[in-house]
Design a protein around this ligand. Sequence first.
Ligand code: ADP
Ligand code: MG
Length: 282
Amino acid sequence: MTAIQVTGLSKTFGKRKALNDVSLQVGAGEMVALIGASGSGKSTLLRHLSGFVGSDPVAGATVHMNGKLVQKDGRVVRDIRRLRTDIGFVFQQFNLVGRLTLLTNVLTGQLHRVPLHRSLFKLFSREERAAGLKALAEVGLDDYAFQRASTLSGGQQQRAAIARALIQGAKVLLADEPIASLDPESSRKVMENLARVNRDHGCAVLVSLHQVDIAIKYCPRVVAMRDGRVVFDGPSAQLTPAFLRELYGSEAAEELMTPHAAPQGEPSIDPYPGTHAMPAAA
Ligand code: ADP
Ligand code: MG
C-alpha cells in the first residue's frame, strides 16, 4: 500500500506559491528525505500531508495517507483526527509537556484511544504503561521515564516524539527538520532512531532536513524542492554537487554539508498552531 500519495497540490499565500503542483508518492516502508533551501515549501508540504492545512481549491488536488483520503480539492476530510492515528509527527520544535513525566507525555500519544476522564487524570492501565516503557527503551530513554520532560535535552525530546509514534502504532512518520537545533551527536541518535523505526517497524518516514550529507547518509531516496516545486525525486546517490549548488543558490555549500547546530533562519510563524503543548525549549 502507498503510505503517502499526493496529487496536483498547490498552496498560495498572497502572491506566493508555497506549493506549485506537487505530486509525490511514498511507498510503505520507505525512508525519504525532503530537502531544499529555506522557504522552498518543505514544512508547507508536511502540514498538508497531516491535514493541518487545506490546499488551494484546485480540482484533482488530493492527499491520501495509508490509502485514506486526507484532503481533496482543498478540503480536509472531517474525520482527520482519526486518520492522524496512523501518522506520527516529530516537529522541529519539541512538543512535549514540560511539567509532565516523559512516560506520561509518550502515553498521551494514545489519547485518541483513551476516554477523556482517564486522560485527564492520567490513569493509564498497566498494559499501557508497559507499552510506553517498551517504546522508550527502543529509543534508549527508559531510564528517563519518570523524569519531567522539561529536564530532557532537545535530542532526548525528539527521540521521545519518535517513541510516541511507536506507541501510536503509526504507519507513517513525518518529521520536520527534527535535528535543526541539535548538536551532531544528538542529531546522529535522532536519525538512527528514525532509521530503526523505519527498518524494524516498517514505518514509512518522510523527514525534511537542512543538511544534505545527513539526508544522503540515512535516506536511500531524496525529494528536493525549490520554490514550491519538486525538482528532484530519486536515489540520493544520484544527487550531484552541481545540482545541490543550484538547489541552494547562495547558501554556502560547505555549510550544508557540515553538521552544525543550526541557529534561527526559520520563519517565526508557528507551523502547527494549537499542536504544541509547550513552547520550544532547547
Ligand atoms: P521551508 O519549510 O522549506 O523552509 P515553508 O513551507 O515554511 O518552507 O515556506 C514556503 C513558503 O511559504 C515561504 O515563502 C513562506 O514564507 C511561505 N509561508 C509558509 N507558511 C505561511 C503562512 N502561514 N502564511 C504566509 N506565508 C507562508
Ligand atoms: Mg520548514
